[in-house]
Design a binder for this molecule. Structure first.
Ligand code: ATP
Ligand code: MG
Length: 349
């Protein structure tokens, strides 16, 4: 047949269109086609599979054969099936997944935000502290370890399904550029409660730590669920937490739960960096007068008991609640968060 002469180049060009469905790349790029020879219209080559038991073996061989048979001038196709050696495989996977094998994260410091009771404002404090650290030029991520009641995405109006590769999950970014990973991103219906038992929760938290491409971070803040149950324990045991910020409300301070939470952190050797008293007072929008909301605060007692400082007292602010609940936390002023930030920067650098 007249026309372009049959060449190795032409055969390889055609074979580039045969894709290995498992590795999602062409058989040529995967180095599966070797010792290609063309003589008198007979095309022969070794077709090396990662394993001869490959479930796509027949499909791959057939489509490869068809592709070559379609080239003008080809009289016969001879395919010698071979199996890759261990060295071949290592080489192949090293090349293809080099950057992806495991996330190579450089996280300088991990700070967990903890409380005794629920609803005292941990998630809000975590979010605003993250923004405050970011304002100081730090690269910050938030790991939402509240698997059954994730609320960080809601505070930033953050939605989406994280991208994932063979090697891990990519966190989503807030408008301000904070990296966030939360169970909320993986739920079919946002807000639907996750009913999981302890071991699964533990697994999810560990994956959020080890299988997420956090990249380079100065600070990873971990928003814990309340109390001393499985999740906070997992975080303190399996993530290298440098310090804990204890969030309380005046109502909670007298309770033993907050002491228990603090003691758990201590027993596991994680220092408490300080206390944040949230919903501590109310500032009258008309006259500016501050009123304590729950009588005398017991914050100082707790601080003395634990031998740590009260870093800041935060007001109960309807404006904050409104902004937070409509996903605009970044519009909340950060001045009252500066003392927490300073303490963290001073203690952890
Ligand atoms: N200082 C504040 N002023 C007004 N509203 C606040 C304040 N702190 C928190 N809130 C609101 O109180 C609610 C609970 O806060 P948040 O979700 O941060 O608490 P949490 O301790 O993380 O709760 P959970 O234990 O359920 O995780 C939210 O609606 C939040 O917007
Ligand atoms: Mg929370």
């Amino acid at each position: 047949m007249e026309g372009i002469p049959l060449s190795e180049e032409m055969v390889l060009k055609n074979l580039k269109e045969v894709i290995d469905p498992e590795l999602n790349a062409s058989v040529v790029d995967l180095g599966m086609v070797r010792n290609l020879k063309i003589q008198d219209g007979i095309v022969s080559f070794d077709f090396t599979l990662t394993t001869l038991k490959c479930p796509f073996r027949e499909t791959l061989v057939n489509s490869t054969r068809k592709k070559i048979e379609g080239i003008p001038g080809v009289k016969e196709v001879r395919i010698n099936l071979r199996e890759m050696t261990e060295d071949d495989k290592r080489e192949l996977f090293k090349e293809r997944f080099q950057e992806e094998t495991i996330p190579t994260n450089q996280i300088k410091h991990v700070v967990a935000i903890m409380s005794g009771k629920g609803g005292v404002g941990k998630s809000l404090v975590t979010s605003l502290l993250a923004l405050s650290l970011q304002k100081a030029g730090k690269k910050v991520g938030i790991l939402d370890a509240d698997i059954t009641g994730p609320s960080i995405p809601r505070l930033f109006g953050l939605k989406g399904f994280p991208e994932a590769s063979e090697s891990g999950i990519f966190p989503l970014s807030t408008r301000e550029g904070l990296k966030v990973i939360s169970m909320n991103f993986f739920l079919e219906e946002e807000g639907k409660p996750v009913i999981w038992r302890g071991p699964l929760i533990t697994k999810a938290i560990q994956q959020f730590w080890s299988d997420v491409h956090w990249g380079d971070l100065d600070f990873l803040l971990v928003d814990l669920p309340p109390g001393t149950a499985d999740a906070p324990l997992t975080v303190l045991q399996s993530i290298p937490v440098d310090g804990v910020i204890l969030v309380t409300s005046p109502q909670e301070l007298a309770s033993v739960i907050v002491r228990k939470a603090a003691e758990m952190s201590r027993e596991l050797g994680t220092p408490i960096l300080g206390i944040v008293e949230n919903m501590s007072y109310f500032t009258c929008p008309h006259c500016g007068k501050e009123t304590s909301l729950f009588g005398t605060s017991h914050a100082q007692e707790l601080a003395n008991y634990l031998g740590v400082k009260i870093l800041t007292r935060l007001p109960l602010s309807p404006t904050w609640a409104e902004l937070a609940d409509s996903g605009k936390s970044e519009e909340i002023p950060l001045d009252l968060f500066q003392p927490i930030r300073e303490e963290i920067l001073q203690k952890l650098g």
